[in-house]
Ligand binder design. Structure first.
Ligand code: WTA
Length: 614
């Protein structure tokens, strides 16, 4: 890709917006096809179909096509919290993925079948995921730590007859007994699961249920084997990522082969990776769509990926040690983990030699200017880029597209507004720059996901396109400036009224975390006894005592105010490390908590109750 300046990138975005189909047709070249598509698209959104007649296979793209020149190249490094490492070459990947494919095929997995994965970040997760793709199957990803009921509902929704799991996992110094949990779920709930494949990981302290459970180490073919990759069609589903709504009903977002084409383009644009050269570390657990990057573009573009099992905050120096160990060039990680690095202090980025690192890409929540500043000061040679996505869209809504060129950083913004993104008013009328409104997306994008078990797209239309016809509604509130930079001010549900003005919660949080004593903050509006109030939850930096008054004064100096301030040890977060403001609001207003399946650690609720009711 040619390197552009800001004005050239903006011109390019405008050209794509004027003729999106031309751009998407060119983009088909991002993957290799077994049968070339005849046409770019057919039909109208949201039911539009892409890359008509095209056929390919993701596993074949990832391994087979480049195997000859890459046999000895490392495809992935694995590392855990205790520094244990393993390298997997492209030949290893080919060998292992074929063995797993054979096994799954023997168990009856065929094109169009879903297979559920509940696994820690271990090499076998990659082998199984790629093997499912090899057979033309669909990966249904599940997070570790869901409530048994939620997991059972998702297994039912996905319709998987096969569940692949591991005996246990390791995180933050503790052991997670995954197989015991699976046994509990399958004995207490009715699910379609007929066979459970367990990766034993060298342990035997778990149960195997007769006629249901199979130990991977026992049943994997002993030697070399080849399974032919199945051709799938451009619009066939490939992966399902579950997101949690406010109700308990599972929302499985599926992406298709056409999504792989578009997201490969996008990742090249935002990361600026050098094909065949770079080492990339995606900090994501299996379950988040981001995890799919490991199998979607890293091997396809002959890169080397790093997977890390555990929690990088477990030891202060871990983050920089992983980079040092594998000469990582690019890191893609959630905003909340970047904030955590800042709260761990300099050592988190300085203990190990990180001179190989060129760029950190942030995703998940707005990157606050204070964290950005801290990262720049402590890693002056590393570019901090941003990208704003949502699972449903599978494509950047805004980004600092480092692969297209360098653009100036603007504090608080997620970067340039990408193709077809608009800010609209209550009536759906597009707004000019600098006016706050709802962020909406054009549906002319092959990366747009769909809902699983929603063949006529009725549910999709109800949830995403009924509020603003012709657009997909993000549920986010924000504005863009004269240069086309997009600012996310908060989720629309989280918008608060302050002095009669609509203010985004993330806006006030940004101010709060610019205070050097504050590690994290969450702001919510709530009703108590028919009074509308705004509350701020503050997590001080480790070892720092901060008073409610000093926070109040700090905000006042910047021209903001809130009604209540709570100093807490931590915030409620989802398993993908997003702050769950909705729960804070429910706790404050004494309302039902709703679906808490996404909550990472349920104990946080009692901690918060204790502080709120003090
Ligand atoms: C928010 C995560 C600001 C946004 C990839 C969006 C962001 C929601 C950013 C989607 C960012 C994500 N800056 N806000 N860089 N990235 N968001 O589906 O509110 O878990 O709608 O996908 O996260 O969350 P999801």
């Amino acid at each position: 890709m040619e390197l552009y300046s800001l004005s050239k990138i903006r011109k390019f975005i405008k050209e794509v917006e004027e003729n999106p189909l031309k751009f998407w047709w060119e983009t088909r070249k991002m993957i290799k096809w077994i049968v070339e598509p005849k046409d770019v698209a057919e039909g109208d959104p949201p039911k539009i179909k892409w890359y008509i007649g095209g056929k390919s296979n993701i596993c074949w793209n990832a391994i087979d096509v480049n195997l000859d020149e890459n046999k000895d190249k490392v495809a992935f490094y694995y590392m855990n919290e205790n520094g244990f490492t393993k390298a997997i070459t492209y030949w290893d990947l080919f060998y292992e993925v074929n063995r797993v494919s054979y096994l799954l095929k023997e168990l009856g997995v065929k094109k169009g079948d879903t297979v559920s994965l509940l696994m820690p970040n271990i090499p076998e997760a990659l082998y199984f995921a790629l093997a499912i793709y090899r057979l033309g199957g669909i990966i249904a990803m599940h997070y570790l730590g869901l409530s048994p009921q939620t997991f059972a509902e998702r297994l039912n929704d996905s319709g998987s007859k096969i569940l692949v799991t591991a005996s246990k996992g390791f995180r933050n110094g503790s052991e997670i007994r995954i197989k015991d949990y699976v046994d509990k779920v399958l004995s207490e709930y009715k699910t379609p699961v007929e066979k459970v494949i367990v990766v034993g990981r060298g342990f035997s302290d778990f149960n195997l249920v007769q006629n249901r459970d199979l130990l991977y180490e026992d049943i994997a073919p002993k030697g070399k084997i080849y399974v032919k990759p199945e051709e799938i069609e451009s619009n066939d589903p490939v992966i399902i990522a579950y997101t949690s709504g406010t109700t308990g009903k599972p929302k499985g977002i599926y992406s298709s082969l056409a999504y792989i084409v578009a997201s490969t383009w996008a990742l090249k644009a935002v990361l600026g990776f050098r094909e065949g050269e770079d080492v990339i570390w995606i900090l994501s657990d299996l379950g988040w769509l981001t995890w799919g990057g490991n199998i979607h573009f890293i091997p396809q573009k002959r890169l080397t990926g790093v997977i890390f099992e555990g929690f990088i905050g477990y030891k202060r120096e871990l983050f920089s040690r992983v980079i040092e160990r594998f000469n990582v060039n690019l890191v893609w990680m959630p905003t909340t983990l970047l904030n955590m690095l800042k709260s761990l202090g300099e050592e988190s980025v300085k203990a190990g030699d990180i001179s190989s690192l060129r760029l950190i890409l942030n995703t998940g929540e707005p990157l606050n200017p204070g964290t950005w500043q801290w990262l720049r000061e402590n890693m002056p040679d590393v570019v901090i880029a941003d990208s704003y996505w949502m699972t449903e869209y599978g494509f950047p809504i805004a980004a600092t597209p480092f692969g297209l060129g360098e653009i100036p950083y603007k504090p608080g913004s997620a970067g340039l507004k990408f193709f077809g993104v608009k800010v609209v008013d209550d009536d759906g009328k597009p707004l000019p720059p600098n006016q706050k409104g709802y962020i909406v997306l054009s549906m002319l994008n092959p990366a747009m996901g769909r809902l699983w078990n929603d063949p006529d797209m009725e549910r999709f239309i109800k949830i995403y396109t009924s509020r603003f016809p012709n657009y997909v509604y993000t549920g986010d509130y924000g504005f863009y400036d004269n240069d086309g930079y997009l600012y996310v001010l908060g989720r629309v549900d989280d918008i608060i009224l302050a002095g009669g003005n609509r203010v985004g919660t993330m806006e006030i949080e940004g101010i709060l975390v610019s205070n050097p004593d504050i590690a994290e903050a969450a702001v919510v509006g709530y009703n108590r006894n028919n009074n509308y109030r705004v509350a701020a939850f503050i997590v001080p930096k480790a070892g720092i005592n901060i008073s409610i008054d000093s926070v109040r004064n700090y905000l006042r100096d910047k021209g903001y105010s809130v009604d209540d301030i709570f100093i807490v040890r931590r915030l409620p977060k989802t398993k993908s490390a997003k702050i769950m403001r909705r729960l804070l609001r429910a706790l404050l207003s004494n309302e039902p908590l709703g679906d808490i399946s996404a909550l990472d650690d349920i104990n946080v609720l009692n901690e918060l109750r204790a502080v709120i009711n003090k």
